[in-house]
Design a protein around this ligand. Structure first.
Ligand SMILES: Cc1cc2nc3c(=O)[nH]c(=O)nc-3n(C[C@H](O)[C@H](O)[C@H](O)COP(=O)(O)O)c2cc1C
Length: 797
């Protein structure tokens, strides 16, 4: 059901929604038409206020007749606001369609300069009301668009219905720290909810004005009688034009009658008829009227001054009065300036909805296409038949979990493990129970809820009484920490599986916004499951679309840091040109090796510099394999010429993010792991944080003392009171874990002082060794506590 509504919402959105942009923009312009005209025509619609009596309509009419002899006045509009000029409309000259409008100084009767640009606003209005089509053709089209707007607003409301509908915050606010799709979604849905009332008003008024049948029916209910709509009959050729000077009556009598009857008015419009024998029509808004369309009418005999008909607004029926609110509600003027601004913003927001809606849709479509490509790759690799396959089950709203499930399946399949990949949409508890090992990749949606496609499975699993003691499982939960229920569905799934007796292969791994560190842990879990040996290169999983978000930089400098080393050559690579790029210490950089093979995936490096350094720096070890040099490392360290373009993408790395505050920091690492540690240390030094301890390992002091002068500088300035540089191949060779054990007491004391531990470098050997040493020194429970408290952060590969 929700799927169908989603399809409808999006289909109407990209069709009618696109035209609604025009209606919205023109509506926003018209909302401030008078003010815009005033700005464009200074000194036309108002003059400086004087302490002098203002001219009455008969005197205004006289002044206009003197300036435009022979012209017939069709209306005089006065405004009680001091300094507002009188607006007088004249009948069209022979052969013309529209008559002139002139403005008259209310104190002196002088003619004001002509008003310019009004025709532009008329054009905008005709675009807004009938899309520049002939009026009778355009009105129903605009009416249909208004109905589409209502459909979009209401279906949007249904699609975003939160689990806790009574909490107003979930309706009207969203966390602006959200990123990417979540941000767009939050903006689209929350702004949509805010604008909902405006759109319902636009629709109701739009439909009323667009369809005669609706208008007649509603008028009938409201007891409003309008004159029948008949086209004005063409005047017979040779018909005599009414001569203004011969026929026009003096307005004095009629005006004095009106004034006796209506002493307090805000605006008044007099419509002198063609013939003196016909009554003068007066429309006026009382000074205490509730809105600008609360108009009273009066017909006055021009010759005797007697009232022919008097229809004060207050005596109108309830229905008729209700109908007069339609226009002020549509414009927002009913609620004064705040109302106008609200309706203005709602109109302007229409293009915003179209843009965010399109962006959401295109992103979703790309994710799906990428998932299809990954699925095809998996199928191409050939299915491995087995009676005991691993099931990779995914719950995905917008495609990331599906892609990660497929990438995970590929890792297992490449290692010879038979896999089945299945969406939770099609999974049932009995089917789940037919597997022995299941890996879930589950995102969260709404408010920590399952994605739409996984709702049914989630309900079934809750109601299930299946015994799952034979089942081993692991959960990779995707989410975003800015949501209150971070990885809510992944956690629910994990809890429920435990209750049903299933055995966790691995503690749940929670991925905050595609966090590369968490994905690396999942990748490691997959390797263990598949029995992949330590020497095999690790596989990079990525939730981001393969080629999105890249910018161009240029190779500015490359420096060999370890000439003569027994290990691989290590270079400092400097890139420039990513102006304005910003990242936090610990962040990563994807380098796109598309210069060789477009289908290749990116290579990821830890950033070794800070944005304030004015450049991007990496420490790149030149990788070598049986085909030669590594694709990206070979290119960056040897083949690319200085100045060559390098396509890069910044990747947040929340699990290796720097901590704020003065807690001490212990930095442990080896080899190119210096990159991640260096960006942290630079930030700590810049921030004046002095309690830092670096434990760093390489092969030989003579050849591998990388970044030595910078490290010496930190030590000399007092920012590195503890420094342990260890070299495994020197005479007194040690690894970092050995040094940690040797300084166990000091380590415990730093940890007791709330230190945060950072580890960056190779997973094989170093990271495992450090983990074991820490466990020995402080105990596994304390290490777990550090991990949970975010005080043990790793970026290992
Ligand atoms: C509307 C919306 C609601 C979300 N709600 C949550 C949430 O409550 N908790 C959470 O951890 N993540 C939440 N997320 C983040 C997603 O789980 C995360 O972006 C995930 O990577 C999406 O994976 P998918 O593309 O497979 O659906 C939400 C995202 C969106 C767009």
């Amino acid at each position: 059901m929700k799927k169908l509504w989603f399809q409808l919402h999006w289909l109407v959105g990209i069709t009618a929604g696109t035209v609604l942009i025009v209606i919205g923009l023109t509506g926003a312009i018209l909302a401030f038409r008078d003010e815009l005209l005033d700005v464009l025509n200074p000194g036309v619609t108002s003059v400086a206020v004087r302490q002098a009596p203002v001219l009455a309509p008969p005197q205004v009419a006289e002044a206009v007749k003197r300036a435009h002899p022979g012209a017939r006045i069709t209306s005089i509009v006065l405004d009680a606001e001091p300094g507002t000029t009188a607006r007088v409309s004249l009948a069209p000259a022979p052969g013309e369609k529209h008559g002139e409008t002139v403005f008259v100084n209310p104190y002196s009767g002088a003619m004001m300069p002509p008003l310019h640009y009004d025709e532009v606003f008329e054009w905008v209005e005709s675009l807004h009301r009938h899309l520049l089509l002939p009026r009778d053709d355009g009105r129903p089209v605009v009416g249909a668009l208004a109905l589409c707007l209502m459909g979009l607003a209401l279906s949007g409301l249904y699609l975003r219905w939160p689990r806790r509908p009574l909490d107003w915050r979930t309706w009207l606010t969203f966390d602006t720290r959200l990123k990417g799709r979540s941000f767009l979604w939050g903006l689209h849905s929350v702004a949509g909810t805010w604008a909902l009332l405006a759109y319902l008003l636009f629709t109701v008024s739009g439909v009323y004005w667009s369809y005669d049948v609706v208008r007649d029916t509603v008028d009938g209910w409201a007891g409003v009688r309008r004159p029948p709509r008949v086209a004005a009959a063409p005047k017979p050729a040779g018909a005599k034009r009414v001569e203004a000077h011969a026929e026009a009556a003096d307005l004095t009598l009629a005006w004095s009658t009106f004034q006796q009857q209506a002493p307090g008015w805000r605006t008044v419009s007099l419509r002198p008829p063609e013939r003196v024998t016909q009554p003068l029509q007066v429309l006026w808004v009382a000074s205490d009227a509730p809105h600008i369309r609360a108009r009273s009418r009066m017909s006055i005999n021009q010759q005797t001054g007697a009232i022919v008909k008097n229809e004060p607004y207050v005596q109108m029926g309830v229905g008729a009065r209700a109908l007069t609110t339609l226009y002020p509600l549509h414009m927002g003027t009913y609620f004064g300036l705040p109302g106008r601004l609200f309706m203005f913003c709602a109109s302007l927001a229409l293009p915003g909805f179209a843009v965010t809606g399109w962006m959401l849709y295109l992103k979703r479509r790309r994710q799906k296409r990428e998932a299809q490509a990954e699925r095809a790759k998996l199928a191409e690799a050939g299915r491995i038949d087995s009676a005991d396959p691993v099931l990779l089950a995914y719950a995905s709203q917008t495609g990331s979990a599906e892609r990660l499930a497929l990438q995970s399946a590929a890792v297992l399949q490449q290692a010879g493990v038979a896999v089945h990949v299945q969406s939770l949409e099609k999974l049932t508890p009995p089917l789940l129970g037919s597997y022995r090992r299941v890996l879930f990749v589950a995102s969260s949606f709404g408010d920590g809820e399952p994605p739409d496609t996984a709702r049914r499975f989630s309900l079934l699993l809750h109601a299930a009484a299946e015994e799952l003691a034979h089942l081993q499982y692991a959960v990779l939960a995707l989410g975003d920490r800015n949501y209150l229920q971070f990885c809510g569905f992944g956690q629910t799934l994990d809890r429920r599986l435990r209750v049903l007796g299933a055995q966790p292969l691995h503690p749940i791994i929670e991925v905050d916004n595609g966090d590369a560190g968490a994905l690396a842990r999942w990748s490691q879990a997959l390797r263990e499951l598949a029995g992949i040996g330590g020497d095999a290169p690790s596989v990079e999983l990525s939730a981001a679309l393969p080629d999105s978000g890249y910018t161009s930089c240029h190779l500015a400098r490359r420096e060999l840091l370890n000439p003569g080393s027994a290990g691989g050559e290590l270079y400092e690579i400097t890139l420039t040109g990513g102006d304005g790029a910003s990242w936090r210490p610990g962040a990563l950089l994807d380098v796109w090796p598309g210069h060789y093979a477009p289908e290749q995936s990116a290579r990821r490096y830890s950033l070794a510099s800070l944005p304030q350094d004015g450049c991007i720096q990496l420490l790149v070890r030149q990788a070598r394999n049986e085909h030669g040099m590594g694709l990206a490392s070979g290119w960056l360290t040897t083949q690319a010429a200085l100045g060559d373009e390098v396509r890069v993408r910044l990747v947040d790395n929340p699990s290796f993010d720097i901590h704020d505050g003065a807690q001490p920091a212990i930095y442990i690492g080896n080899g190119s792991g210096m990159a991640g540690l260096r960006s942290h240390l630079r930030a700590r030094v810049a921030g004046g944080q002095r309690r830092n301890w670096l434990v760093f390992g390489e092969r030989q002091r003579e050849f591998d003392s990388i970044c030595a002068s910078e490290i010496d500088g930190w030590r000399d300035s007092g920012h590195l009171p503890e420094l342990d540089l260890v070299y495994s191949r020197d005479a007194d060779g040690q690894y970092v874990q050995d040094r940690l054990r040797a300084k166990a007491g000091q380590l415990r004391s730093w940890i007791a002082d709330d230190a945060v531990i950072y580890v960056c470098g190779s997973l094989q050997g170093m990271a495992g060794g450090v983990d074991a040493a820490l466990e020995d020194i402080i105990g596994s429970a304390a290490l777990d506590e550090l991990r949970e408290a975010g005080r043990y952060r790793r970026d290992v590969y």
